[in-house]
Design a protein around this ligand. Structure first.
Ligand code: PLP
Length: 387
């Protein structure tokens, strides 16, 4: 049996999304900006999807901007506010590169995090304090981290911003959070919210940016003036409709999914702790009863570092055993780069080399989890030369 535990990278299409996608693709479809019947139909589909996304995200329909995915949403937020305000940019040190890179390229600064990956609010105060340069107008703190799953307290971050940089807007990259957090409440304090369909059972290549009314945002794609002039380009109608179907299904089942997946994640993490020597569960403290406290991380995320193991070799062996997992480090060059997230939370470089991220989805089963525990334990033994 093959075991898929890489849902944070991409999650398989949900049946509701597949049905919606096929229905749109198979029907004659006009361009939503046109005037004839086929165009009006396409526009209606996009408008309905916008209503669904707004309901799922706790915003007004007009605040939803459809994009090509999480990367574009993040880039639009960063560059859009930078161009509209000319202000300084700030983000947490553990942002995804889709936020971190444009912020740093624009001369922005990062805010440090504690050993569990939570934003250091005192450092945030320092970074927001006016110096010689322009005032800070943009702060980005992800709702939850894509490698280690740490959930941020966005209300606390927003409170610091409103006291120390009241002109700044708060952006949150919620790409990893949609399945596991009710963003209508968790991200209520954010002015801008990025999501990506393929992380919650929608198709790849489509996403959204919520931009609350009044947030200064200069478009980065100009042309036909779609999305109320905030993002030009013909809509990916089928993708948008399928994303909305996946979003609605995810929200409807969210509470039950979180409960069942959390139990499976705990089984997985407890099993790995019991079977693999020298394994450290990342960003998980031990409570006063001596038990791991995973309440600060996403329900579907299990991240560990294994002493004396190279992620690449472990992932190769897991793949041969039919287990799809990730090291959650950048590997565009073929070689795994050390993770900026693990460095920021103080994991020593040697230990970080043995990082392993196993991420679960709504359809993950107990049998998959048990097979993964066996496969990791066996592969680590092999790499340590004991088998
Ligand atoms: N932000 C986070 C936190 C992510 O995990 C990812 C993808 O892994 C992205 C942004 C980029 O999203 P997309 O793949 O839709 O471009």
């Amino acid at each position: 049996m093959s075991v898929y535990l890489d849902h944070a990278a991409t999650s398989p299409l949900r049946p509701e999304a597949r049905a919606a996608l096929l229905e749109v693709l198979e029907a004659p479809l006009g361009n939503p900006t046109g005037a004839h019947r086929a165009s009006r139909h396409a526009r209606k589909l996009v408008d309905e999807a916008r209503d669904q996304m707004a309901a799922a995200l706790g915003c007004a329909p007009g605040e939803v901007i459809f994009t090509s995915g999480g990367t574009e949403s993040d880039n639009l937020a960063v560059a859009g506010v930078r161009d509209a305000t000319g202000g300084a940019l700030v983000c947490s040190a553990i942002e995804h590169h889709a936020v971190l890179d444009p912020v740093l390229a624009a001369g922005g600064r990062t805010v440090s995090v504690d050993p569990l990956g939570r934003v250091d609010l005192e450092d945030l105060v320092d970074v927001l304090s006016p110096g010689d340069g322009p005032p800070v107008r943009f702060v980005s703190v992800m709702a939850a981290n894509n490698e280690i799953g740490t959930i941020q307290d966005l209300d606390a971050v927003a409170a610091v911003i409103s006291e120390h940089a009241p002109e700044a807007v708060l952006h949150t990259d919620a790409v990893q959070s949609f399945c596991w957090l009710d963003l209508a409440t968790h991200a209520a304090a954010a002015d801008l919210i990025s999501v990506s369909a393929h992380k919650f059972g929608g198709p790849q290549g489509v996403g959204a940016l919520v931009a609350r009314n009044g947030v200064p945002l200069t478009p980065q794609l100009r042309g036909g003036g779609q999305e109320r002039d905030r993002r030009s380009g013909t809509h990916n109608v089928a993708g948008i409709v399928a994303m909305a179907a996946a979003a609605s299904a995810t929200v409807a089942e969210r509470d039950a999914t979180i409960e069942s997946v959390r139990a499976l994640r705990d089984r997985l993490a407890d099993g790995l702790r019991a079977r693999v020597e020298g394994l450290v569960e990342t960003a998980v403290p031990i409570d006063s009863h001596g038990r791991p406290d995973r309440s600060g991380t996403l329900a579907g995320c299990c991240h560990v570092c294994i002493e004396g193991i190279e992620s690449e070799a472990l992932l190769f062996l897991l793949d041969t055993e039919g287990v799809a997992a990730s090291a959650a480090s950048s590997c565009a060059s073929g070689a795994l780069d050390p993770s900026h997230v693990l460095a920021a939370i103080g994991i020593p470089r040697d230990l970080a080399r043995g990082s392993l991220r196993l991420t679960l989805g709504h359809a993950t089963t107990t049998a998959e989890v048990d097979q993964a525990i066996d496969a990791v334990a066996r592969s680590v033994e092999r790499l340590r030369g004991r088998r």
